[in-house]
Design a protein around this ligand. Structure first.
Ligand SMILES: C[S@@+](CC[C@H](N)C(=O)[O-])C[C@H]1O[C@@H](n2cnc3c(N)ncnc32)[C@H](O)[C@@H]1O
Length: 271
């Protein structure tokens, strides 16, 4: 386990993933009924943008760093909620568990799982002020399946592994399918690197073979140096009503700033 998200926190892929996360949470909050969030690969929850890791790659500067100035005109709700959250302290970038913890209501619950002991220790500290959030040390794949369905029967599962292991794509696809079998009405947000369209399509195909009926894919590409991540994907299973339109509007605002190309397309269940 050598992966450290600190090198990549706040980069173009994090920005799009976290706007999608916020969009889903805002949707879930439209009803008073409680919901659960499971973050299977949570990371430390808070990243120092002035530190050595961020400085070494410059990825945050080319990502969230380009969204510091306000947008003019109408800004979609998810982007309008995300921006002040990440601008609260420009020296730190909030990871997915902290973004979720900040948006949850007293009746909602977050379980954030992290395997790396040092990252977990930081995660525990980051989430300590939030009573509705629980940090768990362990394997996010196994724990997620065990935790489903959540007692509230509403919620989001975020799966964002580091893709260090050679079998990570198939382990992820298999776990998403297993999780969905136990909680078919849940919303799933699944991140993956796109090294080639053939690999991405193969992965999506393996997930969709589980039988999900509504699946959206978001791909974000940037011009990147050789050997650097240039394209990232998100599968959104059971995207909420209006999600596609909201993400499309957010994409059209942030893409020019990031120098990115962002596409949103249905893989299953196009309306
Ligand atoms: C891409 S980072 C997560 C970033 C985070 N979701 C965010 O958006 O802020 C992946 C994390 O998964 C952790 N990890 C690796 N293998 C794991 C496993 N089997 N279970 C849980 N966490 C794991 C890594 O230590 C790393 O912190």
């Amino acid at each position: 386990m050598n992966y450290r998200h600190g090198y990549h926190a706040g980069n173009f892929a994090d920005v799009v993933k976290h706007i999608a996360l916020v969009a889903i949470l805002l949707h879930l909050k439209k009803k008073d009924t409680a919901f659960a969030v499971i973050d299977s690969h949570a990371g430390r929850g808070r990243y120092d943008l002035t530190g050595a890791e961020a400085g070494k790659t410059g990825e945050a500067e080319a990502g969230i760093g380009r969204l510091r100035d306000d947008f003019s005109g109408t800004v979609p709700e998810a982007l309008a909620t995300y921006l002040p959250l990440v601008r609260e302290n420009n020296a730190f970038y909030p990871g997915s568990p902290l973004i979720a913890a900040k948006l949850l209501r007293p009746q909602d619950r977050l379980t954030a799982i992290e395997k790396h002991p040092e990252e977990f220790a930081m995660l525990k500290e980051t989430l300590a002020p939030f009573r509705k959030a629980q940090a768990e040390e362990g394997d996010g794949y196994r724990r997620t399946v065990k935790l489903l369905p959540p007692p509230s029967r509403r919620g989001l599962v975020l799966m964002d592994p580091p893709f260090e292991a050679p079998d990570e794509f198939s382990l992820l696809a298999q776990t998403v399918r297993e999780a969905w079998r136990k909680f078919a009405t849940g919303i799933y947000l699944v991140w993956y690197p796109v090294k080639s369209q053939a690999q991405a399509a193969g992965f999506a195909g393996e997930v969709l073979a589980g039988g999900m009926e509504k699946v959206l894919e978001i791909q974000t590409a940037i011009p990147a140096a050789e050997g650097k991540l240039a394209r990232a994907g998100l599968l959104v299973i059971n995207p909420p009503y209006g999600f596609e339109a909201g993400m499309g509007q957010a994409a059209s605002l942030i893409a020019p700033r990031l120098g990115a190309d962002i596409s949103v397309k249905w893989l299953a269940g196009a309306p």
